[in-house]
Design a protein around this ligand. Structure first.
Ligand SMILES: NC(=O)CCC(=O)C(=O)O
Length: 302
């Protein structure tokens, strides 16, 4: 279990940016992301965003051949203060200043990261507080290696290394767990986050036109239901001229596994109220979080 108690869960607005126009020009990708963060952070007449989310791989085309060329050195270590001024990552600098200037918590989708010591490349999500501090990061643990003949073959492990840690961060209103896309297929990661006290779990992701219709909603509702938490995935918009056709349909699911909001395939901003009430209500009414039988399955009790 986590050593520090989670914050008291309070209402907040979660804002997803289903980003479009992700091309081969990294500077243009960063500029467009910055403009969309500014637009998203304005909220609307009754919603003031507290947590804003970008999609997986927002600064580079999504394809394993591209990752090494776009990779940046980040150098974040969990639990250690991160010096933004000394960072050599242009993406980290943009995300940090955006979080600070807009006064938001920012889950910065993911970017290809090169580890300065090992030279390994990771698919990495970074998170920023409203002061611009880099407070957490998550290296995609489960690499997207699939082969569905005639439909889709993808092998992240050609150029990427899998992360080795589970991650979450605390705000003043909730504990939020992290993962990336294919990680959602492995219930263990979300289960660990929930058991460490996360109220909401957010995975930037980019499913495709084969697995999206099959499993995108199913997996999010399953993870929300298994763990009785809010669960959300934020996708890029679909671009049929790019090498990878993202499913889109960024989504937020509540702890009863009800879909609270869903985008279509186009560029979009979703503002969703996260209300602690159903979180407490479902846990009281269907108390599976207290009924686990780790005496029967001790190998998953860590
Ligand atoms: N970016 C990814 O990890 C894609 C995962 C995916 O499409 C899946 O079906 O899983």
């Amino acid at each position: 279990m986590a050593s520090v108690a989670p914050p008291v869960f309070k209402p907040f607005t979660l804002t997803l940016i289903q980003l479009g126009s992700i091309g081969s020009d990294k500077a243009a990708n960063l500029q467009h992301a910055r403009e969309m963060i500014a637009k998203a952070a304005k909220g609307n007449s009754d919603k003031k965003p507290r947590v804003v989310v970008l999609p997986e791989c927002f600064n580079s085309p999504y394809g394993f051949v591209h990752f090494p060329a776009y990779a940046e050195n980040i150098g974040h270590t969990a639990g250690k203060e991160y010096d933004i001024q000394a960072s050599v990552s242009e993406s980290v600098k943009m995300l940090s200043s955006a979080a600070k200037e807009e006064g938001i918590w920012l889950i910065g989708g993911s970017i290809p990261e090169r580890d300065a010591e090992t030279n390994n490349v990771y698919n990495t999500c970074t998170v920023y507080s409203p002061t611009g501090a880099l407070v957490a990061s998550h290296r995609k643990v489960h690499l997207f290696d699939i082969d569905i003949p005639g439909k889709i073959t993808f092998k992240e492990s050609e150029t990427l290394t899998g992360g080795t840690t589970t991650n979450y961060f605390d705000t003043e209103f909730a504990r939020i767990g992290l993962g990336l896309c294919y990680d959602v297929r492995f219930p263990e990661l979300a289960m660990i986050a929930a058991r460490r006290g996360c109220h909401a779990i957010v995975y930037p992701g980019a499913f495709n036109l084969t697995t999206g219709p099959l499993h995108w909603e199913l997996l999010q509702r399953a993870r929300a239901n298994d763990n009785q938490v809010f669960f959300s995935m934020c996708s890029p918009a679909r671009d049929m001229t790019s090498g990878y056709h993202a499913w889109g349909h960024s989504m937020v699911v509540d702890p009863y596994a009800r879909v609270l909001a869903e985008a279509d395939e186009n560029e979009a901003i979703l503002h969703v109220d996260i209300d602690p009430e159903p979180f407490h209500e479902v846990r009281a009414g269907i108390p599976v979080t207290k009924q686990r039988r780790f005496d029967v399955y001790p190998d998953v009790s860590a």
